[in-house]
Design a protein around this ligand. Structure first.
Ligand code: CP3
Length: 349
């Protein structure tokens, strides 16, 4: 299926585009009343994730309603630990909760590599339905959590400010940590490859808890495994978003991926210098900008676009859009990117 709008894919590959593509991390769900209507008709988040027709419906909502240049499959990074043997629950207003966690070798021994077709077939089915319904309008983004971020949830069993239990294992049981990270990595590679086979046009790896590691641990326990993932995938472009990993930007230039995501703390020009010219950069407007006035959103978005320049940029926020953001303000961001970047690209020719 030919894509009618392939701006995201061309920008990822470093090809020329008529304007800068734009989408938002966590655009599916959260902010749209249309999403909540679907979700409220069900027992909860997990039923939605595991019902392919409905997952496809909410995946496409932001394309129709917000006008983004890509869809991201509605799922969660936590489907991987589940497929490896740790069931999760999504507790209303609190977030994920795992009744069982990994505390030592005994717990590790009970885990398995995810069997993608049988354990995660519902995601693959949702991708196939979404691709059919999108009918080539925009690309579909597949995704997974980075092994380090998944490891954090498997050890702690829930969100945490410090993830100090997970970090403690790196000091006390480094060999166990490596074995678990490797099992997550092997599961993730097969999972991403299956998403691509099902129709994902590009994949993103989310390392949401990158920023809590010291640089040497980040190399040893996160980049090492992200490197394996990037090296294993050559079917489609790969994006790596490591939130808070400002200290690893220089090493990221060596990753076998096309795009690096920046969070809003990272200076754009410094990031370009550290990462080099051979990668596309994605990001990085402060999500809280969208709480501001229309005029302030327009000004901040234009400033961001000026800082990135017209080439090798995919516009996005510096992290997921916050749930209490007004969708109308999101549209201001999207439309400003579309209009202003078109002018930037044409004057640059
Ligand atoms: O981007 C998208 O819109 C696609 C769907 C998507 C979800 N989660 C749906 C979701 C994606 C890409 C994710 C990724 C994810 N999940 C990450 C990495 C990105 C990031 O924000 O750092 C992480 C750390 C998780 C784990 C997770 N899932 C948490 C901590 C929570 C609870 C709080 C929250 O962020 O909403 C979830 C639940 C979740 N995942 C919701 C959605 C729409 C809200 C659940 C609901 O509808 O009640």
């Amino acid at each position: 299926m030919e894509l009618q709008n392939d701006l995201l894919i061309r920008a990822a590959k470093g090809e020329k585009t008529e304007r800068t593509p734009v989408w938002l991390m966590r655009q599916a769900g959260r902010i749209l009343p249309e999403y909540r209507a679907v979700r409220n008709s069900l027992s909860g988040f997990i039923e939605l994730v595991t019902t392919p027709e409905l997952a496809a419906e909410v995946t496409i909502q932001p394309v129709d309603i917000l006008g983004v240049d890509a869809a991201i499959i509605f799922s969660d990074i936590l489907v991987i630990p589940e497929a490896m043997g740790l069931k999760y629950e999504m507790v209303e207003k609190k977030g994920p909760w795992f009744p069982e966690t990994v505390n030592g070798y005994d717990d590790f021994a009970k885990l398995k590599k995810a069997d993608v077709e049988s354990d995660l077939g519902y995601v693959l089915e949702a991708i196939k339905i979404t691709k059919k319904e999108l009918n080539g309008r925009v690309p579909l983004i597949g995704f997974a959590g980075a092994p380090w971020t998944i490891f954090c949830y498997m050890i702690e069993g829930q969100g945490s400010k410090t993830f100090s239990k997970a970090r403690r294992m790196l000091y006390n049981e480094p060999l166990l940590a490596d074995q678990l990270l490797q099992l997550i990595t092997d599961s993730t590679i097969e999972y991403l490859k299956a998403q691509i086979a099902a129709g994902a046009d590009i994949v993103q790896v989310f390392d949401s808890w990158a920023g809590i590691l010291p640089p040497d641990h980040y190399q040893k326990y996160s980049m090492k495994y992200i490197t394996q993932i990037c090296d294993a995938i050559d079917e489609v472009p790969v994006t790596v978003f490591a939130k808070g990993a400002y200290f690893a930007r220089q090493e990221m230039r060596h990753l076998n991926c096309q795009t690096i995501g920046l969070d809003w703390n990272m200076d754009i020009q410094e990031s370009r210098r550290l990462i080099g010219e051979n990668k596309t950069l994605q990001g990085n407007l402060d999500p809280c900008t969208l709480y501001g006035s229309v005029a302030d959103i327009e000004t901040a978005t234009r400033k961001m676009l000026d800082n990135f320049g017209p080439g090798r940029h995919i516009a996005n926020l510096g992290h997921g859009v916050y749930p209490d953001t007004d969708p109308e303000k999101v549209k201001v961001f999207i439309n400003t990117v579309k209009e202003y970047s078109a002018v930037m690209h044409s004057t640059n020719d």
